[in-house]
Ligand binder design. Structure first.
Ligand SMILES: Cc1cc2nc3c(=O)[nH]c(=O)nc-3n(C[C@H](O)[C@H](O)[C@H](O)COP(=O)(O)OP(=O)(O)OC[C@H]3O[C@@H](n4cnc5c(N)ncnc54)[C@H](O)[C@@H]3O)c2cc1C
Length: 445
């Protein structure tokens, strides 16, 4: 059977190896890091992730959805924490059964690798870092000195992809590439479980402390703890504007958190230690094209389109990549050039759309959830979803409609948002609105 070399055994690479193994390909996966099942190591970025319908759909096809959801914590809405400590739940959807799931990144990655290795035609090789890719010969070179060729090479080596770099550095003519960074970085912090594993905040919510220029979020973990992420500007021009470059002493960190997140501080006994021990990560968007070189290689997942995490879709989108790719393999077999071309044509508009929506959602989470007009709009959308089974907000289209391309969700969702924000800016009380009239106006979009 034809062979496939996958570079990177992260989330997309591990899932892809299962899909390809099921189709009978001989699959070698070369991973830069050691085996996280045997060595204690950080899972990399973000301890937990929001898994939603697009990701679940891809896991379902290989029988992994129920297994993963059994260890997930459902999150039914955003719990907004005001500066005065008041909280308010904004449901993600007006329909019951529509929620997102907090899963462990390492747990998911390990489960996918374990599943992949059940197939005799899959081999995962660790501590093999790809350092170059010969785009003419289709040959990958590794730091160990090894070189590898296969029927084709699929790069799932994440945002810093070595294969993409080779394509960019002259390997592909007129290769388009763009990278843009947010001024904000992120740092992970920790809320431990309470007595006998209890949750010290509402368990079934994604918690947000929106503070306009910055925010903190917290996602529940299965063991009763929460992983918090502070999103804050790297640098600030004024003393009044908080930024990472100002939080350089224990006192400054304590004072900042006590002022901005007073209700969370008593739950974070290791706040200061964690703050200085954990790295500050960067947040950026990478777009590039083409993703393939003839039938010799293809980029999938973050290697092709790294996005900021504010829609909780990077992994979900990468899993959807794998599912769409597999449908094309079903159609065209190992005619890789045809599969890769069709894949790029189908996916590029959609991955660009989610990349743009993810940046927009940063501003929504940071600023808008604290804006009364936006809060009224979410209230109205929830009522619309409760009343009309066929109405989907932009968030719902992205998160709960695996059948709808991201590009459609973006176009339709933005038009809906503009209309609803206009309606909600003119009333203080959304319950006084004529719902049927609002629905009628929305249906004309
Ligand atoms: C703070 C944060 C929060 C996030 N939250 C969410 C969320 O809630 N929901 C969601 O859907 N997405 C989320 N994401 C996005 C998600 O993490 C990524 O989209 C997803 O991990 C992409 O999977 P991947 O397999 O393409 O890349 P990765 O998961 O990065 O895997 C790449 C793999 O390749 C390996 N590798 C790298 N370089 C080489 C090399 N040269 N040779 C060999 N191997 C290599 C790496 O070690 C790794 O195992 C978040 C991201 C961040 C940064």
């Amino acid at each position: 059977m034809p062979s496939v070399l996958i570079i990177g055994a992260g989330l997309a690479g591990s899932l892809l190896s299962i899909y390809l193994a099921r189709r009978g390909f001989d699959v070698n996966v070369f991973e830069a890091r050691g085996d996280m099942r045997r060595e204690s190591m950080s899972a990399g970025r973000s301890i937990n992730l929001a898994l939603s319908d697009r990701g679940i759909a891809a896991l379902r096809e290989v029988g992994m959805d129920e297994y993963m959801l059994a260890e997930a914590v459902p999150m039914t809405g955003r719990m907004i924490h005001s500066p005065d400590g008041q909280t308010r739940l904004l449901p993600y959807s007006g329909r019951s059964g529509e929620y997102i799931n907090s899963v462990s990144r390492a747990g998911l990655n390990i489960a996918l690798m374990n599943e992949a290795e059940k197939y005799p035609n899959v081999q995962i090789v660790f501590n093999e870092r790809c350092v170059d890719f010969d785009t003419k010969r289709g040959e990958a070179a590794f730091a160990s000195g090894r070189t590898m060729r296969a029927g084709t090479v699929i790069a799932t080596d994440g945002a810093g992809s070595a294969v993409r770099k080779a394509m960019m550095n002259g390997g592909v003519e007129r290769f388009e590439f763009s990278q843009s960074w947010l001024d904000h970085g992120y740092k992970e912090l920790h809320i431990p479980p309470g007595d006998s594993g209890s949750f010290l905040l509402e368990k079934n919510a994604l918690h947000i402390w929106p503070r306009r220029r910055f925010m903190m979020i917290a996602l529940p973990n299965f063991d009763g703890s929460f992983t918090c992420t502070l999103f804050l500007a790297h640098k600030s021009d004024s003393a009044e504007e908080p930024a990472f470059d100002q939080l350089t002493s224990e006192d400054a960190v304590r004072e900042f958190f006590e002022r901005e997140f007073a209700d969370a501080v008593p739950l974070m006994p290791t706040l200061v230690e964690d703050f200085f021990a954990n790295p500050t990560g960067n947040l950026g968007t990478i777009k590039c094209f083409p993703w393939s070189i003839g039938g010799r290689s293809l980029l999938i997942g973050d290697s092709a389109h790294a996005i900021v995490p504010f829609y909780g879709q990077g992994m979900n989108c990468s899993f959807e990549d794998v599912r769409v790719f597999d449908q094309l393999v079903e159609e065209h077999g190992d005619d890789w050039e045809t599969v890769f071309d069709a894949y790029g044509t189908l996916r590029k508009g959609n991955t660009d759309a989610i990349a743009d929506m993810a940046v927009e959602n940063f501003y929504e989470m940071r600023d808008a959830v604290a804006d009364p007009v936006f809060v009224r709009k979410r209230e109205l959308e929830t009522t619309l979803e409760q009343t009309y089974a066929d109405y989907f907000s932009k968030y719902s289209m992205v998160t709960f409609r695996e059948d709808l391309p991201y590009s459609v969700a973006k176009e339709k969702g933005n038009a809906q948002d503009a209309l609803l924000m206009e309606i909600c800016s003119k009333t203080e009380d959304v319950s006084s609105l004529d719902l049927a009239d609002v629905r009628e106006r929305l249906s004309q979009i």
